[in-house]
Design a protein around this ligand. Structure first.
Ligand code: PLP
Length: 379
């Protein structure tokens, strides 16, 4: 599937990509080239199809990392006098609050515990308490801990109260099921380098066409104006400003492989098997997950750090990296954790191998106490 001398990336992105995806970047493309622009068009169509968006939705790609597209979606779609409810149970929700503050959009910052999912009931209560809210910005999988939020419930609450829903599905799109016919949204943001298994460098915003077409001149920024990007792309087939050509070419081939694998259900099955193999293997070494199984998305897993005084994340990370696996630091404020991703062009064998690399690292570091003991505080 992959192979080569690169370490396996067990992070929320960039991810380990397949050889075919890497090879797709060996050509140079001109931005005016009709062949290149037909690749962009086909990606836009395929991305809309993944959520069954039909003719009512379009996909607007945007240069930059995923955050650029989240910011562009909020800046373009939320009216300047709008008010955004952000249920916040992690770092990526907190980032949306910051985006709203930067963009001068009124924001309701609704804290939900980091180990609890946001549900329809939570959002419904907040909407009932403040009818001046116009939009809800919901992170689907809160990658900070790996939490699966109840997107369907939140979408129903928005529908009932007539509010716009903007979804940050960066780490879930193409892996977890999202169907706009049953989970209605105004816009959903994803990126090339996550569960589609392309390389990082562009975001995609799936947006209701009629809504986008009504938002001319609303954006605060030229480069982040999704309406302008859309109008230009529809008119010319080209990207406004220099496209990330190699990223686009790699994404095309990555989506081909996504389809060959069996689309979203097959990807979810592979990631779920990865997640189960990881959690099982780590449990045998004494590691406990931060989240309860019912709310754990099969995307990235947060583990409590070993309680042994010989543990330091930096050394643990470096020694595991030297064995070929890149782990990720924790992103929680209260307890010391680390994260291991389940996504990318990897399978359950790879997860068993990382468990054995972790086992060797523990031994080499002289760590004996992995499980419960005195809980170390986050650094
Ligand atoms: C849920 C979520 N939102 C936003 C982002 C930010 O994406 P980027 O780092 O590509 O800007 C990430 C990245 O992992 C994410 O997982």
């Amino acid at each position: 599937m992959i192979r080569g001398n690169d370490p396996i990336l067990l992070t929320p992105g960039p991810l380990t990509t397949s050889l075919r995806t890497k090879q797709a970047m060996l050509n140079d493309w001109g931005s005016w080239d009709a062949a290149f622009n037909s690749i962009t068009a086909s990606i836009r169509r395929d991305v809309v199809e993944i959520v069954n968006g039909g003719d009512d939705y379009t996909c607007v790609p945007l240069q930059g990392s995923g955050t650029f597209s989240v910011e562009a979606a909020i800046g373009t779609l939320v009216p300047r006098d709008g008010k955004v409810l952000v249920p916040k149970n992690g770092a990526y929700c907190a980032r949306i609050v910051r985006i709203c503050e930067y963009l001068n959009r009124a924001v309701v910052d609704l804290t939900v515990p980091e180990d609890q999912p946001t549900t329809g009931a939570i959002v419904e209560a907040a909407l009932a308490a403040d009818p001046s809210i116009t939009h809800v910005a919901q992170v689907h999988c809160e990658t900070g801990a790996g939490m699966l939020n109840d997107l369907a419930g939140v979408a129903q609450a928005c529908r009932k109260h007539g509010k716009g829903l903007i979804v940050d599905a960066m780490s879930s799109f193409a892996a977890l099921p999202i169907d706009v016919r049953t989970t209605p949204f105004e816009a959903l943001v994803a990126a090339s380098g996550k569960c589609l298994e392309g390389v990082p460098g562009m975001g995609v915003v799936i947006v209701k066409k009629s809504l986008l077409e009504s938002r001319a001149g609303n954006a605060h920024s030229l480069a982040m104006d999704l309406h302008d990007q859309y109008v230009y792309m529809e008119k010319t087939t080209q990207w406004r400003y220099t496209p990330p050509t190699h990223v686009v070419a790699a994404l095309r081939v990555a989506i081909d492989q996504f389809k060959e694998e069996g689309g979203q259900p097959a990807r979810l099955a592979r990631y779920s098997a990865n997640c189960a193999a990881l959690i099982d293997g780590m449990a045998k070494l004494g590691f406990r997950t931060f989240l309860a199984p019912a709310v754990q998305a099969p995307i990235i897993v947060t583990f409590h750090a070993p309680t042994d005084t010989a543990y330091s994340f930096k050394t643990f990370y470096e020694m595991t990296r030297d064995r070929g696996y890149i782990l990720y630091p924790g992103k929680l404020t209260q307890v010391e954790t680390f994260r291991v991703g389940c996504i990318g062009a990897i399978d359950a064998n790879e997860m068993r191998n990382v468990v054995s690399a972790v086992e060797q690292t523990l031994k080499a570091m002289g760590i004996k106490q992995v499980g419960p003991g005195v809980q170390r505080k986050a650094a």
